[in-house]
Design a binder for this molecule. Structure first.
Ligand SMILES: Cc1cc2nc3c(=O)[nH]c(=O)nc-3n(C[C@H](O)[C@H](O)[C@H](O)COP(=O)(O)O)c2cc1C
Length: 172
């Protein structure tokens, strides 16, 4: 079973995290805020869903900022990660969900196999996002501020990619 760890400032991501677990009941056994996670909790598992909102000006949430240096102690070789992000495309159009790219770059550097990382930007309206690579978001992108009615279908579409791309050893 995999684990889902998330960061949040005001709780919206916690709700989305629970929805993602509900959509992946056979793959995610634990959902926890990164604030309460120890680096050792990454060692006994091969599949992770990691995410959070973007805060400040394209920055990670405080809990991820605190945990971030610990990622340098974790070997992600052989581990599979899928990312998700919350942001506000209207009020923070110049940096929409940009913090996801900070996790993406660090996890890649640490050897992670990142899946479900080519998500169409279609339907979003924003000026700039660091989290767009080759015209695609690097993970599930959610906007609870402006388009909460689209959250369930966005999760559903992304989950089907996760299931299709998850290598069999990651399920062990
Ligand atoms: C002070 C502040 C800064 C924010 N900065 C960004 C940002 O740079 N980019 C973005 O996409 N959203 C930004 N947001 C929007 C949040 O990411 C969004 O409201 C999210 O749903 C909050 O989720 P949380 O409650 O889990 O932290 C910001 C919101 C606030 C209040």
């Amino acid at each position: 079973m995999g684990k889902l760890f998330y960061g949040t400032q005001t709780g919206y991501t916690a709700v989305v995290a629970e929805k993602i677990q509900a959509a992946l009941p056979d793959l995610i056994g634990e959902v926890k805020c990164i604030q309460f996670v120890k680096a050792e909790e990454f060692s006994d598992c091969q599949f992770f869903v990691l995410g959070g909102s973007t805060w400040g000006d394209g920055e990670l949430t405080d809990d991820w900022v605190d945990f971030f240096p610990q990622l340098d102690k974790i070997d992600f070789n052989g581990k599979t990660v899928a990312l998700f992000a919350l942001g506000d495309q209207a009020s923070y159009s110049y940096n929409f969900v940009s913090a996801m790219k900070l996790l993406y770059d660090k996890l890649k550097e640490r050897g992670a196999n990142i899946i479900a990382d080519r998500i169409p930007t279609t339907g979003f309206e924003y000026d700039h996002s660091e989290s767009v690579v080759d015209g695609h978001f690097v993970g599930l992108t959610i906007d609870e501020m402006n388009e909460p009615e689209l959250t369930d279908s966005r999760i559903e579409q992304w989950v089907s990619l996760v299931k299709a791309q998850l290598p069999a050893p990651a399920l062990a």
